[in-house]
Each structure stands twice: as structure tokens, then as C-alpha cells.
Design a protein around this ligand. Structure first.
Ligand SMILES: Cc1cc2nc3c(=O)[nH]c(=O)nc-3n(C[C@H](O)[C@H](O)[C@H](O)COP(=O)(O)OP(=O)(O)OC[C@H]3O[C@@H](n4cnc5c(N)ncnc54)[C@H](O)[C@@H]3O)c2cc1C
Length: 233
């Protein structure tokens, strides 16, 4: 399990197949199977660079993720993954909210940086303000959670009491997908254009996949011109 943001995590639940499964699937027609990496590195590279991607769908992985609801809102746009999320209809949610760090709040403009998208006329965040924002957010979250508990204790059903919870509330889910699909997710969510928070999860997910599918992830990294932690092909 790897900690992500202040209270979140990402952990691999299970995976199926490995780099050689991709070769075996691609060799369906000739029935030659996997012949060892001396011969088959070239074939894997050929499949990847020529976007013959269906063999990459023969592997996959399931992850458990704890993240703020606003991260899940972005994540769930990836419609071709399978999800199961804990339900606040059945369990009251604990007081766990994402509070951005001072550094995140101050993440600098540099002209085009989307992570510093302020409304027109708003000043660049300075450290003193960032510290205040963190305290104010924590205080606001605490008051909302107290009110949530009060609603529950007053007899409001769990499915209605949750209406006041903010989107920095942490939730948990499992997400499952084949390897091709995860690569597409990483392409979109490791990119600098993606919101910084979901990018932190994508980076950890990338590293987990690099352990299980090192040769495929090395090809993925090479395509993105990224220094790879995986053993290259
Ligand atoms: C930086 C960034 C900014 C974004 N900004 C916005 C935004 O402002 N507003 C917003 O609403 N969303 C936004 N999104 C979400 C984005 O539009 C996609 O919904 C999200 O990235 C999921 O991608 P996807 O559709 O490829 O994934 P999936 O839903 O997993 O689909 C995978 C692939 O399956 C195919 N597919 C799936 N469903 C269909 C379909 N119905 N018809 C045809 N082909 C289909 C497509 O080839 C698709 O690429 C943003 C995403 C990123 C990364």
C-alpha cells in the first residue's frame, strides 16, 4: 500500500497475466507461444509501437483506492473501468477530508500552469494565506462533520444526511481494468494537464504496474520520453 495525498492510499489487490501473456496471445495464429525474451522483446515492441493493442487486454489489475470524492469524480469518467465504491447509504463516513498542503496551495503560476488557475483579479497565494486557508478548511470540515453526525443522531437516514458532505471527503473504491485500459488512464492522468491530485494517484499506479508488467511499462515510458524505473526492452 502506498500513501497518497494526506490520508489516501493506493494498493494493488490482484493482477492477472504478465508481459509474456501478451506475447502468447499475439501468437494465437501460429500457436508458437512465448519463446523467451531473447526473441520476444522485439515482438512486444512491435505490438506496442504499431498499436496492435488487443493482446495487452489479456492482462490486467485491480486496485483499491482511498481518495477524496472530487478525485473519484474525475476517475469515474474512465467509463471502461469497473468500479465498486463504499456506500455512505450503509456506513456513516468518518471525518476524513483532504486538506491541500501549503506548497500545493501556493503552486506557482508560471503563466500557463493550470494548477494555479485563479479567478481574475485574485492575488498569487502567499504562505501566510495558505496557512490560514488550511486552518479554515479544517475548521469548516469539522463543523460540517459535526452537523452530519447531528443529522444522523436526529434520525435522518444515512442516505440523506450525506447530502451536506463536501467533495474533499475521503471515500474508498476498487477499480479494475485490463492493461491496455490502464495505459490509457495513465496517458491522460499522468499528463501535466491533469489535476495535480489525481496525478499523484496515477504516478503510484504507474509504479505498481511497472513492477508487474516491467517490459510493457518500459515501452510506455519510452513513448512518453519518461525515464523508466522498469527494465527496458
Ligand atoms: C486534462 C483533462 C481535462 C478534462 N476536462 C474535462 C472537462 O472539462 N469536462 C468533462 O466533462 N470532462 C473532462 N475530462 C474528462 C475526459 O473528457 C474523459 O471523459 C476522461 O478523460 C475519460 O477518457 P475516455 O473517455 O478516453 O475514457 P473511457 O470512458 O474509459 O473510454 C475509453 C475509450 O473508449 C471509447 N469510448 C468510451 N465510451 C464511448 C462512447 N460513448 N462513444 C464513443 N467511444 C467511447 C473511446 O475511444 C475512449 O477513449 C478531462 C480529462 C482530462 C484528462
Amino acid at each position: 500500500m502506498t500513501i497518497v495525498l494526506d490520508r489516501g492510499y493506493l494498493k494493488l489487490v490482484e493482477y492477472w497475466g504478465d508481459d509474456s501473456t501478451i506475447i502468447e496471445s499475439a501468437r494465437m495464429s501460429t500457436n508458437k507461444g512465448f519463446q523467451g525474451w531473447d526473441k520476444d522483446e522485439k515482438l512486444l515492441r512491435y505490438l506496442y509501437t504499431n498499436k496492435h493493442m488487443t493482446p495487452f487486454e489479456m492482462c490486467g489489475a485491480t486496485f483499491e483506492i482511498k481518495a477524496p470524492i472530487f478525485v473519484f469524480r474525475e476517475w469515474h469518467r474512465h467509463r471502461t473501468q469497473s468500479y465498486n465504491e463504499m456506500s455512505a447509504r450503509y456506513t456513516p463516513l468518518p471525518e476524513e477530508n483532504y486538506i491541500p498542503t501549503v506548497e500545493r496551495l501556493m503552486m506557482n503560476a508560471n503563466g500557463t500552469n493550470k494548477q494555479a488557475n485563479r479567478i481574475d483579479g485574485a492575488p498569487q497565494m502567499v504562505e501566510g494565506h495558505a496557512v490560514w486557508v488550511r486552518e479554515a478548511l479544517a475548521e469548516m470540515n469539522h463543523r460540517i462533520h459535526d452537523f452530519y453526525m447531528l443529522l444522523l443522531e436526529t434520525g435522518v437516514p444515512k442516505e440523506l444526511a450525506r447530502l451536506i458532505l463536501p467533495i474533499n471527503q475521503y471515500s474508498k473504491m476498487r477499480a479494475s481494468a485490463n492493461l491496455r485500459n490502464w495505459l490509457q488512464f495513465l496517458t491522460l492522468r499522468m499528463d501535466e494537464a491533469a489535476q495535480w491530485e489525481i496525478r499523484q494517484y496515477a504516478n503510484v499506479l504507474h509504479d505498481e504496474l511497472s513492477i508487474k508488467f516491467p517490459k510493457t511499462l518500459a515501452l510506455f515510458d519510452a513513448e512518453a520520453n519518461r525515464p523508466s524505473k522498469s527494465k527496458g526492452v
